[in-house]
Design a protein around this ligand. Sequence first.
Ligand SMILES: *Cc1c(COP(=O)(O)O)cnc(C)c1O
Length: 350
Amino acid sequence: MDIEVRRIAASRIGERDLSPQSFGTVFCDHMLVAECQYSEWTDARIEPYGPLSLPPSISGLQYGISVFEGHKAFRTVSGEVVLFRPHENWERLRRSCRRLVLPEVPEDIYLEGLKELIRTDRDWVPGPGEGALYIRPCVFATDAALRVGPSSACRFVIFTCAVGQYYPAPLRLLVTTDHVRAFPGGTGNVKPAGNYAPALLAEAQARHRGFSGVLWLDGRERRFVEEAGVMNVFFVIDSTVVTPGLSDTILPGITRDSVITLLEMMGIPVEERPVSIDEIAAAHATGRLRECFGTGTAATISHVVEIGYQGKTLRLPPVADREIAPAVLTRMTALRAGREPDHLGWLIPV
Ligand SMILES: *Cc1c(COP(=O)(O)O)cnc(C)c1O
């Protein structure tokens, strides 16, 4: 596959800003763009990051026929730039495309195109301990007729931004029983753009009540914990790690999978199984709920310090007293910085 590279006239790297308040606002010099018409992918190219010119009638906008991914590249202590498990993101994007009847992005366009894009903007990649390059691939339908139906045309775009080391404020989550994020047979296990807007009202209501986000329960019984905002969720009860098992209502996070793998390598037992909110409340009442944390690409691990449920607030032990989540975060950070041997083959050089 040939990727034409059209370089920006003058780099904007002087605008790079790793401060938390600028997270996701300044994009790197270049983007990868490819098009698909009737199952044929053409025109893969790298060009200066900038606006796309598209008709307002496209079904990506009108009907939300749009899916995305999120992952990161890191600079190791030896100065090399590596992608973290990018095949997993490509596979998940294909599953998202299939679920929305969008054409699937071929492996060479995604992975070779991404490597070429990162090589083009490699100076933007922050150093170890400084941050990472956040990668946002997306696919959306560009059929311009108002008929709703499977897409015959789409656009694939990857753009990136440099992000600082991100230590999010500990989360205070409100259990909601009024809204659900996902339901059986729906799209909760893939990443369509349409999963996110419907969650905003519950998030806004949680904030209004003094919480920082939502702890989602299952749609059928409103009893089993599913996710923490847009992160997978883990609990430590006594010294066992418990996380909801994957289903069609839970997003199979690559951070989730990596955390489970590292915990098992560290000899810490992990149970993937249904976790009811009553089990969590009972474990809290008997002092056995040691930790709760969310996992996702943006922050890797976010500690949860409070859970609001049925008018009460369950207060968890202070973050400084926790052992398991900080240990796995340290391990993950060392691995991605190349300070530990990558026995698992998770780091792919660009
Ligand atoms: C993307 C996402 C996650 C985290 O996935 P990672 O691959 O770990 O970044 C978790 N939950 C939801 C709902 C998501 O959209």
